[in-house]
Structures are given as structure tokens and as C-alpha cells.
Design a protein around this ligand. Structure first.
Ligand code: SAH
Length: 238
């Protein structure tokens, strides 16, 4: 596969029309990008933190599309970067771990809290999930909605407060929270199917990655999966 061009001018013009504070996105995916991506995936594989399905999905998502082009040469470092508005794109190893803990199956209906750059959502989409993603930051919401649309992604994005979830679309097979929550938001627990899985980083200022399985109406079984550092889950829209 050679260089791929998917309408940078269109995306930039549309973002500008929506008054988005622009970062430049380089929407090419050439051999250099693909090689760096493969190296990153191999490094993740050697750490044994992710399922093979998740790694395959991550090879299908050019991470440079989701970050400012000034960070492009770091796109395949295992690092979080600023995506503007004080927010960050999740680190690839964190995306690998959260996606693996979710145990995504083809056709799963998944709610993501914290759309941010859209990278995590797009990885879930490539795993065959039907993704509903909610973001409280208007500028990021607008920017990422257009980006995902330009990528032909079926991820559905919503501007709202993740603490409320998406009652109109509930229940969900899986719920993934990509910001640090002080405790499990009650509305999200209620929107999880019985037998469903929620993956949520819990705690302030540091988080413990927590997997919650809803085994029946009132029983939620929790397991812990290491320490992480996320931007905080904040109340209300901005
Ligand atoms: N999944 C994202 C990670 C973005 S960082 C990615 O792959 O890039 C976490 C995001 O959660 C930020 O964009 C932040 O604005 C958002 N966020 C914080 N509190 C929220 C809330 N209550 N509801 C929805 N989004 C929230």
C-alpha cells in the first residue's frame, strides 16, 4: 500500500467553516508511517498486554490522522499528546489495554466516554464494534466528528456529559471511559447490559484501570488492572 490521500483540503476547509481552532492534520499514510506503525505494534505485542485482534485493529488506524502534524514524527511513540483544549490522545499501550479488557466482539454496541481525538473510537470501530462516543468539549467534538466522517467511520459522536451516558441508545454491551472518573458513574452502570463489561480508570489524581462485569441486575464484579494517569472526567458540557 502506498501513500494515501483522503482530502486534507476538504477536512481543513470544513473545520475552518465550523470555527474550529485549527490544528494541521497530515492525512497521508505512506510507507514510513506504515513501517513506524508496525514497529509500534510489534513492541506492544512483545509486552503481552493486548490481544492479537486488538493489535490487528490498531495496524488499521493511522495515528498521525488524530494528532497535530507538529507531533507527527512522534505519532508511533508510546506517548499521549496534546490534542488541544487541555486534552490528550490516549497512549497506544493504554488503548491496547482498554480495548483488550473490553473483549470486543463483532457487532458489540459500545459507549465511549471521552471521544477526544477519536483514535480509541476508531480502533473499536476497526474491531467491528458499533461505537457511540460522547465528548463534553464542544471544539473537540466538532473537530473529531468531521475527522471521523472524512475517514468514512461509522462511529457516532455525541456532544454531551458522559456522566449521563446515552439513555436513548442504552443498553450497551460494553462501556469504555477514557478519562479518570472519581467513582463509577451510576447512570453508566445502569446502561450496561447484564453480562456487559465496563472498563473505567477510577481515582483522583491517579487511576486504577478497573474492569466491571455486570453479572445480574444488581451485581457488578470488579477487577483491577494497573495504575494509569488520565485527564479527569469533568461534570457538564463545555
Ligand atoms: N479517547 C480519547 C481520549 C481523550 S482524553 C482519544 O482516543 O483521543 C479524554 C477526553 O474525555 C477529553 O477529550 C475530555 O474532554 C473528555 N471528557 C472529560 N470529561 C468528560 C465527560 N464528563 N463527558 C464526556 N467527555 C469527557
Amino acid at each position: 500500500m502506498g501513500a494515501r490521500y483522503i482530502g486534507t483540503a476538504w477536512v481543513l476547509a470544513t473545520l475552518e467553516r465550523h470555527g474550529c481552532s485549527l490544528h494541521q492534520i497530515n492525512m497521508t499514510d505512506n510507507f514510513k508511517h506504515q513501517g513506524a506503525r508496525q514497529k509500534m505494534i510489534d513492541a506492544l505485542r512483545s509486552k503481552n498486554i493486548a490481544s492479537e485482534e486488538v493489535l490487528v485493529a490498531m495496524t488499521k488506524v493511522p495515528r498521525q490522522y488524530f494528532i497535530d502534524s507538529i507531533f507527527e514524527k512522534y505519532a508511533y511513540n508510546d506517548k499521549a499528546f496534546s490534542i488541544g483544549e487541555g486534552q490528550t490522545i490516549s497512549q497506544p499501550s493504554t488503548v491496547a489495554i482498554q480495548s483488550t479488557l473490553l473483549g470486543v466482539r463483532w457487532g458489540d454496541k459500545i459507549l465511549e466516554v471521552g471521544t477526544g481525538s477519536g483514535y480509541q473510537a476508531q480502533v473499536l470501530h476497526k474491531l467491528g464494534a458499533n461505537v457511540f462516543s460522547i465528548e463534553r468539549q464542544k471544539v473537540l467534538f466538532e473537530k473529531t466528528r468531521l475527522l471521523l466522517r472524512s475517514l468514512g467511520s461509522s462511529v457516532q459522536t455525541f456532544y454531551g456529559d458522559g456522566y449521563a451516558g446515552l439513555p436513548l441508545y442504552a443498553p450497551f454491551d460494553k462501556i469504555i471511559v477514557t478519562c479518570g472518573a472519581p467513582s463509577v458513574p451510576a447512570a453508566l452502570a445502569a446502561q450496561l447490559k447484564i453480562g456487559g463489561i465496563m472498563v473505567v480508570p477510577l481515582g483522583i489524581p491517579k487511576q486504577v484501570m478497573t474492569k466491571i462485569v455486570r453479572t445480574d441486575e444488581n451485581t457488578f464484579e470488579k477487577t483491577s488492572h494497573g495504575d494509569f494517569h488520565f485527564v479527569p472526567m469533568l461534570q457538564q458540557k463545555k
